[in-house]
Structure formats: structure tokens, C-alpha cells
Write a protein that binds this ligand. Sequence first.
Ligand SMILES: [Fe+2]
Ligand SMILES: [Fe+2]
Length: 320
Amino acid sequence: MSFVDVYPLSEEEKLQQFIDRINNGEKIEADDWMPDEYRMVLIKLISMHGISEIMGALPEKEWVPKAPSLRKKLGIMAKVQDEMGHGQLLLRVVEDLLEPLGKNREHIMADLFSGDLKFHNVFHMEAPTWADAGMIAWLVDGAAIMTQTNMLQASYGPYARALQRICAEEVFHAQHGESIIMALAEGTEQQRQMLQDSLDRWWDSLLMFFGPATAQTTGSSKQDLTIKYKIRTKTNEQLRQDFFTKYVPRVLALGLKLPDETMHFDESKGEWIYRQPDWNEFKKIISNNGPKSQSRLKLRITAYENNRWVREALGQKDIS
Ligand SMILES: [Fe+2]
Ligand SMILES: [Fe+2]
């Protein structure tokens, strides 16, 4: 019998021990004690991430039958499969967090269908041309790599380990996107115009992808909590600035025009100055009022219903 069994720790002592573990760089595991706030932050973050992987496969899936060559078709098919796999991996991580609350994957799906669980703004948007398929893989996956590598050292062990694998695959996705973009950039005038049009279409969505700048301006404390609990280190704005630093020179090197003519790097401030996207529009989009929100949700609901017999045959109602 241990000391702890004889003298159980008080809630404050457990919390202090938990904070000490995080501050010492220890990983928290699914069965470890954790404060409710930490559990809820993780559930929200990881279920949003997992569901976004699954919903994110939908705009690209539309391009599988229309890819311009067999090689490109194989590439985009593999990417769609990877994204679904990422979703499954992450939802497994969420299930372990939900279990003590008496909830399972059925609840995650129900929250998605009711609109309580949101998915990333970018996956509510249309992908009308092959250049959009390339833009998603190059810049949306590029942006996702930035936010996800920022959490590779997350204090929650199961999430950090899932991200190791996911990030490795995301790098392939970005390269696949870059090869589509390069081919178009070196192509005909019409292809170059298609590329520019798709960049213009995606620019604001890419800026929104990182979320509003700071808790102070939005009145939200969500991102503070992920930093407080060492789930991530950089803020939304720092990540957006990193994105600009990496991709603005690449966009310009392709001979493309930035859709924001005011954009420049301010040497004295050491940051990019840019035009803010419409954050009211962002709220509208993530509340399932984007151009493709309803049709993609409908597709997911149909797939979920069509697969119900498989879940029942396996006797595991929580497999989506
Ligand atoms: Fe992914
Ligand atoms: Fe990806």
C-alpha cells in the first residue's frame, strides 16, 4: 500500500502535481488524473482537428475522378485516404478522453451533425478547378503543418504521438500540392490564370485558418488555455506570421500576385502587415453557413447512415 493510498491527495494537491508534471515536460496519459478544464480543452481541440481531417477529404475527393493524369489521380487518392486515416487516429484519441464522461464516438458524430462541433473554415469552401485541389494541398496542408508541428511536444502524450505520424504524412501532401502548382505555373497562360484565380479565392480563407489574432481582441480564452497547459506554444498570430514568412516569397517566386496589395514586411516591427480578413464572415462560415457547408455535411450524414449496418454487424456502434 502506498503513501497515496493511505493519505489520498486533495484536489489542490492533485492539481499542483499535474501542473508540476507538465512544467517538467512529462507527458500526461489517458488514464492519468487531469483537471476537467484540461480534459475539455483537449476534447474540443482534438475532436475539431479529427473531424476537420475527415471533412477536409471531401473537397479533394471531388477531384479524384477528374484528376488530369493517372499519376495525379493516384496522388490525390492516397492523400484522401491519408486524411481519413488521420481523422480515425484522432477520434480514437478523443474517445479515450470522452470515456470517463460516459460518451463515445456516436456523440462526436451527433455533435458534428447538429452543428455543435465545428470544422475548419477552409473545408466549407468550394474547390471549382484543379488549381484549387493543388492550392488546398500546397497551402492549406502547409498551414496545417505549421499549426500541428507547433503541438508535436504537446503535454498530452496520445495527441503528441498521433501528431508525429500525421505531420510526417502532411509533408507528402504539401509536396503533392507543390507539384500540381509548379506544373500549372510553368504551363499556358490559361493555366497560370487559373492558378492566380484560385490563390485569390483561397487567400482570405488561409488567413482565417489560423483563427483570430489574440484572446484580447476576441475575448476568447481558448488559445490561452492551450498555451497554459502546454498543448501548444505559439499563438494564432505568431503562426500566421510564420506562414507568411515561409510562403509569401514562394508565391512571388512563381510570378503570382498577392491578393493583398497592402501586404509588406515591416522591418522595424519585424512582422508582416496585412489586410485582415472579414472575421464576421469567418464566424458565419464555421457556423455551417459557408458555400459548401450544408452539402458536405449532408454527404457525411449519408455516409454515416449507409455504414450503420457495418457498425451494427460488428457490434461496435461507435465505429464511423
Ligand atoms: Fe491530414
Ligand atoms: Fe493533409
